[in-house]
Write a protein that binds this ligand. Structure first.
Ligand code: DOR
Ligand code: ZN
Length: 341
C-alpha cells in the first residue's frame, strides 16, 4: 500500500466557531493538525487578551481524549484597538498574531478597521514587539473579483513601506497577482493557501446552477489564478504555507437568499491538499508546505510527531453534524484517493 508520512501539519488559518459547534470543529482539526491559528471573528469579536484566553479555554475542553491539539489565539483589530492590549498580547504565550479585517470585507468584519491610519500606533507596537499581522486582503470597493488585487496596490504596498519590519501573513490568497506579489516581496511577507482555492474555480460556484457551498471570500477565481496558486504551493518556496480558512456555516445559513461566505473543509483538509499535490506530481513538497514553513514564519518549533496518509479511495460524506445543525463539507460526495491512516 502506498503511504505518505509527514511531520504532523499545522493549520495557520482556522475558524472553529463557538458553543455547541466546537465539538465537531475541534475534533475534525485535531485529527489532522497539531496546532492551529484560531480566527477571532466571533460575535462579539475577540478583541482582548482576556477574551482570547476565555475562548481558548472553551476550545481546549473539546479536544478529544488522547488527541494533541494546541489552539494558537489571535486578536481582532478594531478602530479603537489599544496599544497596551497589543503589548500584553505579544507577551502572552497563547497569543500568536493579530487579525486585520477591513470593515465590511467579509463575515463578521463589521467591527473591523475602517481606515488604516486609525491603527498606525498599534501596528507600530506590533512591529516593535514582533507580533505578526494577519490580513484579510480585500478592499470593500470595486468588482468582487478584483478586490484582492486592488488591496495589494492600495493597502498592502503602503502598509509594508510604512512598517517594513512587521511580519505579515496575506491570508487565503486567491489570485496570481497575490501569489506573484508575495514571491517578489520581502521575507516579512508570507501567505496561506486554502484547499478550496487550490481545487476549484468560480465555475464550480456558478456553472450549472448556483452552488452556495463553494461561496467563500475571497471568492473563487479563474483557472489561471488557480494554476498560479498550485504552482506557488508546490514550489517549495517557504513564503507559502497551509491555512485552510475552514469556516463552517450551517446548511440553513448557506442555502439562503443571502447565504453566508465560508467553506467547511476541516473534515478532509489534509487528503484534499494531498490530492492537489499528487496531481501536480509534487507530493515531495507537501511536508514543507503543511508542516515546516508556517512554524518557521511564526518562529515556533517544528512539530516532531508524524501523521500518515494512505493512498486509498474513499468518499467525503454528504453532510456532517454541526452542533444541533448540519454542515456540508467541502467536496461532499467526492471521491478522494488519499485518506488519513
Ligand atoms: O469565506 C469566508 N468565511 N471568508 C472569510 O474571510 C470569513 C469566513 C467566515 O468567518 O465565515
Ligand atoms: Zn478566514
Amino acid at each position: 500500500m502506498n503511504t505518505l508520512t509527514l511531520i504532523r501539519p499545522d493549520d495557520w488559518h482556522l475558524h472553529l466557531r463557538d458553543g455547541d459547534k466546537l465539538a465537531c470543529t475541534v475534533a475534525d482539526s485535531a485529527r489532522q493538525f497539531q496546532r492551529a491559528i484560531i480566527m477571532p471573528n466571533l460575535l462579539p469579536p475577540i478583541t482582548t487578551v482576556a477574551l482570547a484566553e476565555a475562548y481558548r479555554q472553551r476550545i481546549i475542553k473539546h479536544i478529544p481524549p488522547g488527541a494533541k491539539f494546541e489552539p494558537l489565539m489571535t486578536l481582532y483589530l478594531t478602530d479603537n484597538a489599544d496599544v497596551k492590549e497589543i503589548i500584553s498580547a505579544a507577551a502572552h504565550p497563547s497569543i500568536q498574531a493579530v487579525k486585520l479585517y477591513p470593515a465590511g470585507a467579509t463575515t463578521h468584519s463589521e467591527f473591523g478597521v475602517t481606515k488604516l491610519e486609525n491603527i498606525y500606533s498599534v501596528l507600530s507596537a506590533m512591529e516593535e514587539h514582533q507580533l505578526p499581522l494577519l490580513v484579510h486582503g480585500e478592499v470593500t470597493h470595486g468588482d468582487i473579483f478584483d478586490r484582492e488585487a486592488i488591496f495589494l496596490d492600495e493597502v498592502l504596498t503602503p502598509l509594508m513601506k510604512r512598517f517594513p519590519n512587521l511580519r505579515i501573513v496575506l491570508e487565503h490568497i486567491s489570485t496570481k497577482a497575490a501569489a506573484d506579489f508575495v514571491k517578489d516581496a520581502s521575507t516579512y511577507l508570507a501567505a496561506t493557501i486554502t484547499p478550496h482555492h487550490l481545487r476549484y474555480t468560480r465555475d464550480q460556484l456558478l456553472v450549472g446552477g448556483l452552488k452556495p457551498h463553494y461561496y467563500c471570500l475571497p471568492i473563487l477565481k479563474c483557472a489561471a489564478d488557480r494554476e498560479a496558486l498550485i504552482a506557488a504551493a508546490t514550489s517549495g518556496n517557504p513564503k507559502y504555507f497551509l491555512g485552510t480558512d475552514s469556516a463552517p456555516h450551517s446548511i440553513a445559513n448557506k442555502q439562503s437568499s443571502c447565504g453566508c461566505a465560508g467553506i467547511y473543509n476541516s473534515f478532509a483538509a489534509l487528503p484534499l491538499y494531498a490530492e492537489v499535490f499528487a496531481t501536480a506530481n509534487a507530493l515531495d513538497k507537501l511536508e514543507g508546505f503543511s508542516s515546516f514553513y508556517g512554524a518557521d514564519f511564526y518562529r515556533l518549533p517544528r512539530n516532531t510527531e508524524t501523521l500518515t496518509l494512505i493512498q486509498e479511495s474513499w468518499e467525503i460524506p454528504e453532510q456532517l453534524a454541526f452542533g444541533h445543525e448540519q454542515v456540508i463539507p467541502l467536496g461532499a460526495g467526492e471521491c478522494l484517493s488519499w485518506r488519513l491512516s
